[in-house]
Write a protein that binds this ligand. Structure first.
Ligand SMILES: [Zn+2]
Length: 242
């Protein structure tokens, strides 16, 4: 199986990239060797944008991952692509405005998990908002929570990454906050996302998503809704203000 490189892990700010096509599936889409499009998963939608190849401009409507972890770019124009296409150079162009909103909202949800240190049972990000389900019995105060989040945004904490072995992660189970999304089991190392510095850690948890590089980039936030979704479930939604 051809190896894919997931460039969005090291550089989520890359908006355009030319790679090689290494496969095609009528059901799943087009496979490229080096990807900047992030696949749907863990509550974050798959990236959309354009793929330029052989003088054509294909609209990419979703990005998905198969059971083996291979990522495909989906288009409704599969039939328009000639055969064979392997080894064809193709340029990915991200819908950057949408992706950047996902990055800001996703990072904001990490901050939310700092304010509410309860197990996370679900989460979702859209263009308009992000929400997290917490396993908690009481509803927090909306205005207080909004203030705390904005304080953390203003503090401009750095967001950085480190790798942890599966063995070390098993020895530090407290790092895993999200019960609904388990870290991948088929890899030797899992990525940890750190907010803050090594000496002053605000948040540290395994996450494969796309984040901004500092919390100030999130901008002003507000908690738009807190819903009771069962005795032990509070759904908290946040929206970006600009
Ligand atoms: Zn994350």
């Amino acid at each position: 199986m051809s190896e894919q490189k997931f460039l969005y892990n090291e550089n989520p700010y890359k908006k355009e990239h030319t790679g090689r096509i290494i496969g095609k599936s009528n059901e799943l889409g087009i496979k490229v060797d080096e990807l900047i499009f992030y696949p749907r998963g863990g509550g974050q939608p798959g990236d959309t944008g354009k793929l330029l190849l052989n003088g054509q401009c294909l609209k990419i409507i979703d990005t998905v991952k198969d059971a083996e972890g291979q990522v495909y770019l989906q288009t409704e124009e599969m039939s328009a692509i000639g055969n064979p296409i392997n080894e064809t150079m193709a340029t990915q162009i991200l819908d950057w405005d949408i992706r950047y909103k996902y990055m800001r909202t996703h990072t904001a949800l990490h901050l939310l998990s700092v304010c509410l240190p309860f197990p996370v049972t679900g989460g979702q990000i859209t263009c308009e908002k992000g929400r997290v389900d917490f396993d908690m019995p009481e509803s927090p105060d909306k205005d207080e929570l909004t203030d705390r989040l904005n304080d953390m945004v203003k503090a401009d904490y750095a967001v950085s990454y480190e790798q942890i072995s599966q063995k070390e992660l098993r020895e530090r189970p407290q790092l895993i906050k999200t019960m609904s999304v388990k870290p991948p089991q088929n890899v030797d190392f899992v990525r940890l996302v750190r907010i803050g510095t090594a000496n002053s850690v605000i948040d540290l948890q395994p996450c494969g998503g796309t984040h901004v590089k500092s919390t100030a980039e999130i901008g002003k936030l507000s908690v738009s809704k807190i819903e009771k979704k069962g005795r032990m479930n509070r759904r908290v939604s946040v929206v970006l203000q600009d």
